[in-house]
Write a protein that binds this ligand. Structure first.
Ligand code: ATP
Ligand code: MG
Length: 144
């Protein structure tokens, strides 16, 4: 039923739940797991911040942070018996990267957290999970 499952990760606890859920489903259907992450400047953190100056992290730092998030996600997936078939680190709008990854891997399911690293905890869905849910043409599961 589900041959290829894309799991979107951002390094949050929510995404860790998404990995656990996706691995559980993959165990039942013998599905491939595809991990996707697109590092964002605001979640990598600022190198130096003060009232007067804010230095954004450079491309190298963003790349390293993205790789770290992906390595941890892949390790979590492997620990749950499902080493990822592919890992994709994007560099653009996360929702677009997730949708592209789903298309590239012929996904029949996308699994995400309802929320991520954002701080607007009162909202039901975050901006990334909301956009993907609206735009995807395959099944989509947002986990709490
Ligand atoms: P917002 O970012 O809108 O302030 P939020 O961080 O709480 O709010 P989302 O960013 O939509 O909510 O995160 C929901 C889920 O979307 C995450 O659990 C993760 O599965 C996925 N996701 C979020 N950001 C990324 C990203 N940069 N790359 C890949 N997947 C992501
Ligand atoms: Mg977010």
């Amino acid at each position: 039923m589900f041959s290829n499952i894309v799991v979107a990760v951002d390094g949050s606890e929510h995404a860790a739940h998404a990995i656990a859920t996706a691995c559980d489903i993959a165990g039942k259907y013998d599905s491939n797991i595809h991990l996707v992450h697109s590092p964002q400047v605001d979640t990598v953190g600022f190198a130096v911040g003060s009232g007067a100056y804010v230095l954004e992290p450079g491309p190298e730092r963003i790349k390293a942070a993205g790789q770290k998030v992906m390595d941890e996600a892949a390790a979590l997936s492997k620990k749950q018996g499902r080493a990822p078939k592919t890992t994709t680190i994007g560099n653009g709008d996360p929702a677009k990267e997730i949708l592209n990854c789903a298309e590239a891997n012929d996904a029949d399911l996308i699994v995400m957290g309802r929320r991520g690293l954002g701080t607007m905890g009162n909202l039901f869905l975050g901006s990334v999970s909301g956009k993907v849910s609206h735009e995807t043409t395959c099944a989509c599961l947002t986990v709490k």
